[in-house]
Write a protein that binds this ligand. Sequence first.
Ligand code: HEM
Length: 398
Amino acid sequence: MSNAAEGVLAPFFDRRRRFSALKTVTFFALIAPALWMAYKVSTGIWDLPSPSVNLLIQSGYWATGILLVSLAVTPFRKIFRQGELIRVRRMIGLVALVYSIAHLMFYFAVRLWDFRFMANEFGTRPTIVIATVSMLGLIALGVTSFDAAIRWMGGRNWNRLHNVVYIVTALAILHLLLSLGSLSGLPFTLTGYFFWLMAWRALDRFGFGDRPMVLALLAVGAALFTALFEAIWLWAYQGSNAPGGGSPLATLRLNFDVEWWGIIGLPPTWKVLLVGLAIAAAAALWQKFGSRVPRATTPRPWSTWKGKLVIALCGAVVGGAVGIILNPAPPPDPFAGINLDIFGGGLGEPAQPTQPAPAEWPRIADILAYGAAGAIAGVGLGALADRRTRKALSLGPA
Ligand code: HEM
């Protein structure tokens, strides 16, 4: 086969030039969103009246989503023991770059190719600067993704550069969150998935990446993170534009408001929880019934002080989050600071709070107690797991 023909047919063949069903299916799955967008253009049925703005937003979401899928390849390889998935990682990353370049072209089209206007926008909108850095990072990764670049750079340097993909994705998500339209739903769901992926990496370093029980706890942690992040981000960045009026507590409550579900669909918190739990359940079933590869029997570093510290911190964060949810701040007194005594000769007197502010300390102490309990529970579970592993490997006490 000539080099050119090989290049064109690369999505369908493996390195030994044999037809690869995995690569072919992945390729068609990756171009499906582009076909769907082309179909939408042809029918003219969009959410927003301008096709270019729709294409700008849709291509941006697909670029971010596909980037997250490329980060999910390693976790899925390890959890489901499917080493061959590595063969599609480069293709997924490159397709994310193609969607990003298309997104940039739609941006130019929306701005009517007026580069003076765009230069001004670059100087005034931080989200565009962040997006540009993310885009440049993606291009650097794409250009160096070929075998020749790996040979030229050496495996170690190449790996170091390609770890930049996590920063590139974080910036893409920040760019998405900074959009004034990011008031609920997908932006926070994608943020939750990104958190899951980063936390999984940390857990995998300690040897827990393939444990169904740990994956179930990760699902709960990622869902809690999503709920708290959404509440705090909307309060800090969108203020009163946010659904629920911008108070973090109101945003947290929306997660349980079924009428709100009717408007935006299942809230991000529950989506992240369900997807995380589905992965944990699939891992448990697959490892029990499907996989032919035995579970790794390397000792887990529960016993190192660093491991214990990380587990304690994770436990404290989860415990603290539970504490915050169970001890919500009381709603502010709407009349605080307003002098209501207008008919009783109080006119002209400095405004007085009508009620003393509720004491904050008991609430803070409660949250800290939950955090401490979480940390202790984490270390306890770690010690238990350590003992079990050591017993299984007949290593004796640490
Ligand atoms: C130079 C590069 C880029 C530019 C100039 C750019 C510009 C824009 C603009 C103008 C919007 C419309 C929303 C707004 O005005 O804030 C947008 C939306 C979006 N962009 Fe980008 N972008 C760039 C790169 C990227 C990259 C690399 C990604 C992801 C990999 C991305 C993902 C998104 C997403 C998901 C949205 C939808 C946000 C929404 O719902 O409004 N962008 N982008």
